[in-house]
Design a protein around this ligand. Structure first.
Ligand SMILES: Nc1ncnc2c1ncn2[C@@H]1O[C@H](COP(=O)(O)OP(=O)(O)O)[C@@H](O)[C@H]1O
Ligand SMILES: [Mg+2]
Length: 232
């Protein structure tokens, strides 16, 4: 089976080499857990290997994505300039217009892009724009189909439910995902409430993977999963 390396130290080991090619993987977490960072790192890794990528964002402007990536040491600008990276902005505040784009423009952009890697950051904001539950599901399923047809491997970031980090806020994204990675944090009362971050691979179709909880660091080089560390 072909695998797509995420480029995230430790995570590829947990996945026995990477995400199976063509998978849609959702990354669940509260804000600040590093979902955007993880997605950017995944995109950057592909670009460095000469792949093409599409970053669909509902949270930040193109310039802000490039600047944030740079703060983690990922230099995306050259790739947007040479056309191997496209950043596609959707405006959550303009739901009518955005829904129109999600149903019409976006599928075409995905089909014609020839990208190997695709990110939607975040799928929570995307699904939040729909009032109608049926329309929401239908659009999401059809978008996923387009991504599969395009042969891309995708990461969807999603807000976790406040009371359960293993479940997304919208409760839908898990059903369209081949894999689910959960990021969460705990406060350590013994160290002045210091925040400790953990990652687990909850689901990954068609591959064996680590089922252990592993700590990760979110630092100036992005995310590193301490896959050798044992958490009791
Ligand atoms: N240059 C940096 N060096 C170290 N940590 C950083 C840097 N930039 C951001 N961070 C950390 O990353 C967090 C934001 O990560 P982000 O991927 O935006 O989270 P999310 O998308 O889950 O909300 C910040 O709260 C901060 O802790
Ligand atoms: Mg984010």
């Amino acid at each position: 089976m072909e695998r797509v390396e995420t480029g995230i130290g430790g995570l590829d080991e947990m996945l026995n080499g990477g995400i199976p090619k063509g998978h849609i993987v959702s990354v669940l977490g509260a804000f600040g857990t590093g979902k955007t960072c993880l997605a950017t790192q995944f995109i950057n890794h592909g670009l460095k290997r000469g792949e093409k990528a599409l970053f669909i964002t509902l949270e930040e402007e193109e310039e802000s994505i490039i600047e944030n990536a740079l703060s983690f040491g990922f230099e995306l600008r050259a790739y947007t300039e040479n056309g191997s990276l496209a950043i596609y902005k959707l405006q959550p505040s303009d739901a009518r217009n955005s829904i129109e784009k999600i149903k019409n423009e976006l599928p075409k952009a995905i089909e014609n892009s020839g990208v190997q890697r695709l990110v939607i950051d975040s799928i929570s904001l995307l699904t939040m724009m729909f009032d109608n539950e049926g329309e929401k599901r239908e659009t999401l399923f059809s978008l996923c189909q387009k991504i599969k047809n395009a042969g891309a491997t995708a990461i969807f970031t999603a807000e976790a439910k406040p009371d359960n980090p293993n479940v997304s806020r919208d409760g839908i994204v898990e059903y369209v995902s081949d894999g689910v990675i959960v990021l969460y944090y705990l406060e350590d009362p013994q160290q002045g409430g210091e925040i400790k971050t953990f990652l687990k691979v909850l689901k990954m179709r068609r591959t064996a993977h680590s089922r252990k909880i592993k700590p990760y660091e979110l630092g100036k080089n992005g995310i590193t999963v301490l896959s050798k560390a044992e958490v009791i």
